[in-house]
Design a protein around this ligand. Structure first.
Ligand code: IPD
Ligand code: CA
Ligand code: CA
Length: 262
């Protein structure tokens, strides 16, 4: 890779500004919405065009990199060797269609399985959380300070509403132990709350493009990341993903073991 992480960060921040402009313009005219697997799993013309926009930019900048992306314009990637990009062009498409707010656009670059840089933009608020291990983590230009290592009883836990309702990943027990729980409908927005210290963790089961940016930024800040069994994430597949303060992580692992009788 010829660009330094700092140069890369600056470059992608320009892409994000352009993508935001395109998304806001596209919202001025009716969206073309279609169902993927069911009525809650939507894709729009904007998801597709923004993914194509990022893919073109990445291919021009780093022709040898591989791309894991949601809408099918990336590559079939079977290894984390070398440079691997993750793209979620619109994260929280249901929010995008129904609320026209509370959705994100996000990317991450990993090299040989380790995070290099990641970006999560709240499009409507025009806020980007970005950075990486050699840069630190920033909210727009402001460096994010180290989180407070609070446990579940002292903070909010962000969860997937659907998985809480269907009693997955011990989410009812975890939500009851926490000070309160929140459901945002966008993985990117959920990770922003954790990175900003407004929640002690976020737990869901998701695809690589949903969690790769949040996990990269969380690791950089020193938050704990694992699957619900406490193991390292395989970045190529869907995972039950826990990102939290170390204290909350210990408690979540304990609740999981107690509930499943391990
Ligand atoms: C979804 C959202 C949602 C999460 C799902 C994701 P999409 O992403 O992040 O909050 O619970 O698992 O698939 O499909 O809107 O990009
Ligand atoms: Ca998406
Ligand atoms: Ca997503």
């Amino acid at each position: 890779m010829s660009l330094t992480p700092k140069q890369l960060d600056a470059c992608v921040l320009v892409w994000l500004d352009e993508a935001r402009e395109q998304i806001l313009n596209a919202m001025q005219i009716p969206l073309q919405v279609s169902e993927k697997t069911n009525a809650r799993d939507l894709v729009t013309n904007v998801d597709r065009s923004i993914e194509q926009f990022y893919v073109q930019k990445i291919q021009h900048l780093m022709p040898n990199a591989h791309i894991i992306s949601e809408e099918g314009y990336g590559d079939h990637v079977e290894s984390m060797d070398g440079d691997v990009w993750f793209i979620d062009p619109i994260d929280g498409t249901l929010n995008f269609v129904e609320q026209r707010a509370e959705f994100a656009t996000m990317l991450a670059l990993y090299h040989d399985g380790e995070p290099v840089c990641a970006w999560i933009m709240d499009v409507i608020q025009n806020e980007v959380i970005h950075g990486g291990p050699t840069l630190g983590v920033f909210e727009n230009e402001q460096r994010l300070s180290k989180f407070e290592n609070r446990g579940l009883a002292a903070g909010l836990i962000v969860v997937s509403g659907a998985r809480l309702l269907s009693n997955q990943m011990c989410l009812p027990e975890i939500a009851q132990t926490a000070l309160g729980f929140r459901v945002y409908g966008s993985a990117g927005i959920s990770y922003m709350h954790v990175l900003q210290g407004r929640a002690v963790g976020y737990i869901s089961k998701m695809k690589p493009w949903d969690y790769a940016p949040g996990v990269a930024l969380a690791k950089t800040l020193g938050l704990s990341t694992s699957n619900i069994d406490g193991n390292a994430l395989n970045m190529l597949i869907s995972n039950s993903v826990v990102v939290s303060t170390p204290s909350a992580h210990e408690e979540i692992m304990r609740i999981e073991k107690q509930t499943n009788g391990v």
